[in-house]
Design a protein around this ligand. Structure first.
Ligand code: PRP
Ligand code: MN
Ligand code: MG
Length: 183
């Protein structure tokens, strides 16, 4: 993996398209939360890039917090078990909360997370995800902000990993089959 380029099948969403979409989402969030006190919650580790760019594209005042949950481990398939690795530092009772995610795939992580956050009595909980895969549409979670609906392929880059690698690519790409061919 010395050269990430060899592990890439193709670029699915180039950097400029990602950045343009994030500005568009930020504009909607600015308008929807104008005059409100908003806490944006990034889901570690995948959402790091989206949070960093989205937060800088917003004009409203926000607080930022992080939760770490993991359902995938090292593979390309969801294990079905969501674990909290780090909880919020913030008490969200009475607060407007916007969860920021990189991708909704099976929907398992977010349906669990939203349920968990709603039990803390916040004023509201909404979701912003950069990417959404087809299976997620079957899960009964309301997603207020979606960047791109993408096909059912394993994607990497811009926060998304395969076995913890490729998060630092500035675009979204698909992984060459030789990298995970054994699975
Ligand atoms: C990935 C991704 C989402 C979740 C989506 O996280 O970042 O959080 O899976 O999958 P789902 O809709 O099928 O639940 P992962 O568990 O790999 O942890 P990571 O963010 O640290 O990579
Ligand atoms: Mn994640
Ligand atoms: Mg992952």
């Amino acid at each position: 993996a010395a050269d990430m380029g060899k592990d890439l099948e193709r670029v699915l969403i180039p950097e400029e398209e990602l950045q343009a979409k994030i500005k568009e989402l930020a504009g909607q969030i600015d308008a929807d939360y104008a005059g409100k006190d908003l806490l944006i919650v990034g889901v570690l580790k995948g959402a790091v890039m989206v949070m960093a760019d989205l937060a800088r594209a917003l004009h409203i005042k926000v607080e930022m917090d992080w939760m770490a949950v993991s359902s995938y481990g090292a593979g390309t398939k969801s294990s079905g078990v969501v674990r909290t690795l780090k909880d919020l530092d913030t008490d969200i009772a009475g607060r407007h909360v916007l969860v920021v995610e990189d991708i909704i795939d099976s929907g398992l992580t977010l349906s669990w997370l939203v349920h968990n956050l709603r039990s803390r009595d916040p004023a509201s909980v909404e979701i912003c995800t950069l990417l959404r895969k087809p299976d997620a549409v079957k899960v009964p979670i309301d997603v207020k902000y979606v960047g791109f609906d993408i096909p059912n392929e394993f994607v990497i880059g811009y926060g998304l990993d395969y076995a913890e690698r490729y998060r630092n690519l500035p675009f979204i790409g698909t992984l060459a089959r030789h990298v995970y061919g054994a699975e």
